[in-house]
Design a protein around this ligand. Structure first.
Ligand SMILES: *Cc1c(COP(=O)(O)O)cnc(C)c1O
Length: 338
């Protein structure tokens, strides 16, 4: 698999660390858990969108765009990182935020909202939950065009067949690290949301002939809805990359037991997972994605889903700035959902 024909910008120096978590593995009661520190990727405060933006922004620059347009939830990591890439490239950035939980947009809140303003976002439009986000972004693009400017629309989460190339590249990076560090990994666990991360890793592993099953832990949908989204993006990627093998439907495995009551709304297991990794290894997760994904991994370990001698790699996709607007829950001052 050759990624070199695809235009790419570079936002991270070198590879992200792949670390063993001895104290956390022990606290969970086995198997051997490793972590891929994509929370340490480049751009403002890192996270998985940085890898996708390397390919998306390269495409935007090729198309002579002067403004990046994207969308997300009110505390979107993807919006923070798209804006950060725009700043680095000398582009402007306009955001459309979806208020998925009614009343959740607070213009004075901390976390990513604060960073949007520090990085100099050009405009923020807030729309109600369930709005047609693509249509809203097209509206922004048309307004720019009327002023003689050129917008480039990046879909939510950067999850199309360009952005997901970032996680095909990550699959190659993991393969190199396994070889260089003499590591045998049996399985990978990752948060599955807009699905570019999951689909990119899946297509990447298949394209690299790496037989490492992936467990997706959903942050907003049950498997019946999520699996086809992941699969269809992985198939599109495989086509684009000229991967000869099929992406079998059974290779998409996700769990939907950890995201409730709702996307971005805290639950008890998330809080336990965030506290456990912080308290055993000094690594911060986030309440919306990696906390729920790690809660899933912990629960699967406890249920005996993995055998004791397996080595499982958890991909840390970032998001820790969002701990701050959730401080009441994280401090135990507000009860999360069951
Ligand atoms: C966006 C995001 C995810 C989900 O990744 P997708 O590619 O959208 O599935 C996971 N973790 C964090 C911190 C994110 O910001």
């Amino acid at each position: 698999m050759n990624l070199s024909p695809f235009p790419r910008r570079r936002y991270t120096a070198g590879k992200t660390p792949l670390e063993f978590l001895p104290r956390f593995s022990k606290a969970v009661g086995g198997p051997k858990i490793y972590i891929k520190r994509d929370d340490l990727l480049g751009l403002t405060a890192g996270g998985n969108k940085t890898r996708k933006l390397e390919f998306l922004v390269a495409d935007a620059l090729e198309k002579k765009a002067d403004t990046l347009i994207t969308c997300g939830a009110v505390q979107s990591n993807h919006c923070r990182l798209t804006l950060s890439a725009a700043v680095k490239e000398g582009l402007k950035c306009r955001l459309v935020l979806e208020e998925r939980v009614p009343g959740s947009y607070d213009p004075e809140s901390s976390g990513n909202n604060l960073i949007f303003h520090l990085l100099g976002v050009e405009s923020i439009e807030v729309v109600p939950g369930g709005s047609d986000m693509m249509q809203a972004m097209q509206g922004v693009s048309e307004k720019l065009a009327a002023e003689g400017r050129t917008g480039y629309i990046i879909p939510g989460g950067g999850s199309n067949e360009i952005g997901a190339l970032g996680y095909v590249a990550c699959a190659q990076e993991i393969q190199e690290q396994m070889f260089d560090e003499g590591l045998a990994l049996d399985r990978l666990a990752v948060a599955s949301g807009s699905s570019g991360t999951h689909a990119g890793l899946l297509a990447g592993f298949i394209g690299c002939n790496m037989n490492i099953p992936i467990v997706g832990i959903n942050v907003s949908r049950d498997p019946e809805e999520q699996d086809p989204i992941v699969h269809s993006l992985a198939v599109k990627l495989a086509e684009r990359l000229g991967i000869a093998q099929d992406i079998p439907g059974e290779s998409v495995v996700t769990f939907g037991d950890y995201w409730r009551p709702k996307y971005s709304v805290p639950n008890r297991k998330m809080l336990e997972a965030v506290r456990m990794l912080a308290g055993t290894e000094g690594i911060l997760l986030d309440p919306v994605y990696t906390g729920k994904a790690m809660a899933g991994l912990i629960d699967l370990c406890r249920k005996g889903f993995f055998s004791e001698n397996e080595a499982v790699l958890f991909v840390h996709t970032g998001g820790s700035p969002v701990l701050h607007p959730y401080s009441k829950t994280m401090l135990g001052l507000e009860e999360p959902a069951e």
